[in-house]
Each structure stands twice: as C-alpha cells, then as structure tokens.
Design a protein around this ligand. Sequence first.
Ligand SMILES: [Zn+2]
Length: 181
Amino acid sequence: MIDLYNYFNEILKEKEKLDQEKKELEKDPKVQEYIRIYKQYKQADKQYKQAYAALKKHEYDECNHILVYTKEEIGKREGRTYTHSGCIKCGLDDSALSIEKPTFEESVMADYIKSQKSWIINGKQLNITCPLPIACGIYESIKEANHNITDEEAITLFKLSLIDTYIEENKTKTEEKDFTK
Ligand SMILES: [Zn+2]
C-alpha cells in the first residue's frame, strides 16, 4: 500500500524547493524582462483571438456563399456517409465540425456554424465536388482578374476553370502513362 503521508511530504518538499528556485531566478533582470514580455504576449494573443473571431464572423455574415461539396466522410457512430460543403468565397467549411482536435482558427469556424440555424440559406449550393483549397484558389484568381464580377458570372468562369483543370490533369496522366510504357 502506498504511504500517503510520505508521498504527500515528498511532493510538498519538491514543490517548496522549486518555488524557492523560481523566486531566486525571478530576481534576475533578464528573467524579469521575460516575465514582462510574456504577460504582454498573452494579452496580445487574447486580443488577436477576439479580433480574429470578430473578423471571421463579419466575413461569414456578409458572404453570399457559393458552396461546393468538399468531401465525403463516414460518420463514426452510425456509419452513415456525410457530404460536406464549403464556400469558395469565404472558405467557410462545415467539415470544421468534425475535426477532433481543431486549431483555434478551425474552432472559430466550427463555433460560427454551430451558432447558425442554417448557413446554407445565405447563398447557392453548386452540384460540384472539389477540394476546397483548390476551389478557393480558382475563385481568388477569377476575382483578381475581374474585380467587379457578379456571383453568377464568377460561377460560370469557375465551372469553366474546373473543366480546364480536369482536362489538364487528364492530359498529364495520359502523358505519364505513355512515358512509362
Ligand atoms: Zn462564403
């Protein structure tokens, strides 16, 4: 059986020793400088997180989404297949809801989606499946070349670009296949 009193006393002694060492170190001006900077950093990080969440909420609220299907996923519990959708304009992606250990940025996205009754109401769902980073990249280059483009025009160009990308990819695949013969 573990001697709880001995165990407690050992831990307490170790804690007090470390506390003493910590206090000694805190007398060093370099360490004091570090503590000061660290506190400021924590404050700035907190402000960054608040500003990031506010900015993203604004972007998602204002966006008239153009959604593509991003990926299919099999639900762990029921074995059902879920199809995720993502916006090629603002990057909002409902697969953020199924990330097990989300980053801060991913959790902002997931929290936003959870706070909405239905985020698909505000926009248009295209019957296209495409990885979201590729879809967003194509949309961005369309916007760069045509600043005042309407959503409908952008959708037409987006579909044409996808066809081009698809043809290019298949051309490369055929060439690779011929090369290895
Ligand atoms: Zn959007």
